[in-house]
Design a protein around this ligand. Structure first.
Ligand SMILES: [Zn+2]
Length: 525
């Protein structure tokens, strides 16, 4: 028998040292200034002012130039222009599809790929019946001595303002980048992003080509406390997403002489069968949560011994056989739904409709099911499974099945999907060699200290970066601000009482300032 090998977790979750750029009197002074009271006062005013401008986007927005609701973005641009005079004087500012903003700070060495910072100008709307529930009015940008309150304060005008503050400071300190810096701000991220990021990415692609960017930082995951350790979790993966419409067509007629099962009953049976089995809980090797577990095993005092045992078994066996239950994933999922759905495709029947009149049989009933596809699987897995379940019900009621063939006819069950998204390519997170990840991680340590463990994270939702997959392998969805005193973090996005701690915001400016300098000195392409 071979002795059980001991897993070296610290090696599997290598942490780079804190990374500081070369000393430079002017630039270092600029960095120090971020900690001053006068910067604090100014940043509160700038972010609060940005929150006051109601850049809501709606699912039913009409064409740009026709629907007047887009016009608020002109006000937002004017505001940015006044607040960041140097940025607007010295950088190339291009408006893409009217309201998209692309800022280019040309570097001196054209062969280096640009560093790109993304954010979105828009926010989700505030439903009018929720306004009373806000502690401070949602468009007030109120500052209470600790937080700035309002819609967009943490999703993600904070990030947008932080990147502009960073560039303004660096310009003032006479920074001369070797590597080009781009700021790209979409304006409809909350309603799919086609107008904003969709057009921006196309424009940037024409200029820089496939794989033409060094690294992208967009809004996303931040910091998390787990097993007694603080983790920074830049999102290196995104689950996929697929909405499927299930339609049942059956004969109409008077409800006084009904069949045993109407289209609504048949649809209900199919929904019951869909919910009866869930997708498997499975942690594929490429899932960043697998790395986080190894980081936990390496550095966290309270890491669950049972998880550690299963983890070492998994690392020794290299068992990726999908026919077997993934015990490690199942155990990890017990920590809560937030963890479980990092490791499992989700399904949720969210919308249902059918029937028009109480004395008429429903000829058409429909349900919409939302899925978030596990990293390591594809949307096709979802489509295949639904087709299989639907075929059983179709057979039972002698209906045709039209599974994703774009045909709808009477006496049938029809499955269809609109646009869908497979999980994003997973961003490399090697920190042994100098890489965008190691520079990001080293910058986290420089701002927050060596005790914060940096591990790649996974997003259950999608950001504007979905339009940028072909532009670089190095995409991170990362909110670099952290305030240890604020347990809620960026937890109130999309709901009432959205807010951001000013310390969190100031730290994010520090992080961006160091990151741009570090990335400028880095040896990667
Ligand atoms: Zn956002």
């Amino acid at each position: 028998m071979f002795p059980k090998s001991h897993v070296n977790y610290a090696e599997k979750c290598a942490q780079p040292a804190a990374l500081f750029p070369q000393k430079n009197a002017e630039l270092d002074k600029a960095l120090e200034f971020i900690s001053s009271q006068s910067f604090k006062n100014a940043t509160i005013e700038r972010l609060s002012g940005a929150v006051k401008i109601k850049t809501e986007t709606f699912d039913d927005l009409g064409r740009i130039g026709v629907d007047r609701r887009w016009e608020v973005f002109y006000n937002f641009h004017d505001y940015l222009k006044t607040s960041f005079p140097l940025v607007h004087e010295r950088l190339l500012v291009e408006k893409i599809n009217t309201h998209g903003l692309l800022y280019t700070w040309q570097g001196s060495r054209a062969e280096l790929k640009p560093t790109v910072l993304l954010a979105h100008q828009d926010t989700v709307p505030v439903p009018s019946d929720t306004i009373a529930a806000w502690k401070y009015p949602p468009w007030s940008g109120a500052y209470d001595g600790k937080y700035i309150w309002g819609r967009g304060s943490s999703d993600c005008k904070n990030q947008l303002i932080a990147t502009l503050e960073t560039v303004e400071l660096l310009l003032e300190a006479e920074f001369k980048p070797k590597r080009t810096i781009l700021l790209s701000f979409g304006f409809d991220e909350e309603t799919f992003g086609y107008h904003g990021a969709g057009n921006l990415s196309e424009f940037i692609h024409k200029r820089y080509g496939n794989d033409g960017l060094a690294v992208i930082i967009d809004e996303g995951a931040g910091f998390e406390n787990a097993w007694g350790t603080t983790f920074a979790k830049p999102g290196a993966a995104e689950k996929g997403s697929a909405n499927v419409a299930i339609t049942v067509r059956s004969p109409g007629g008077h409800s006084s002489i009904p069949p045993d099962h109407t289209s609504i009953g048949i649809l209900s049976e199919l929904i019951t069968s869909i919910e009866a089995t869930q997708y498997p809980t499975r942690l594929y090797d490429e899932n960043p949560y697998f790395t986080q577990l190894q980081c936990g095993a390496a550095y966290s005092p309270e890491f669950d011994p049972k998880l550690k045992k299963l983890l070492s078994e998994r690392l020794r066996s290299h068992n990726t056989c999908t026919a077997k239950t993934d015990n490690l994933a199942v155990e990890a999922a017990k920590q809560g739904l937030e963890i479980k759905y990092l490791l499992q495709t989700s399904q949720a029947v969210d919308i249902i409709s059918g029937g028009v009149k109480i004395n008429a049989l429903p000829e058409r009933a429909q349900a919409l099911v939302n899925h978030r596809v596990n990293v390591g699987e594809t949307a096709q897995v979802v489509f295949d499974r639904l087709a299989e379940l639907a075929s059983v019900v179709a057979q039972k009621y002698d209906l045709h099945l039209h599974a994703f063939d774009d045909i709808e006819e009477p006496f049938s069950i029809i499955l269809s999907h609109g646009n869908y998204l497979d999980p994003a390519p997973v961003t490399p997170s090697d920190s042994l060699a100098e890489s965008p990840f190691s520079v990001l991680a080293g910058t986290v340590k420089a701002v927050y200290g060596e005790d914060v463990i940096v591990t790649p994270g996974i997003m259950t939702g999608n950001t504007d970066t979905r339009f940028f997959w072909h532009l670089t392998k190095h995409i991170f969805r990362f909110a670099p601000g952290y305030d240890a005193e604020d347990s809620q973090g960026l937890g109130s996005i999309h709901t009432v009482n959205e807010r951001v701690s000013v310390i969190n915001h100031i730290n994010s400016v520090k992080w961006f300032t160091l990151f741009l300098r570090n990335a400028d000195e880095a040896e990667f392409e």
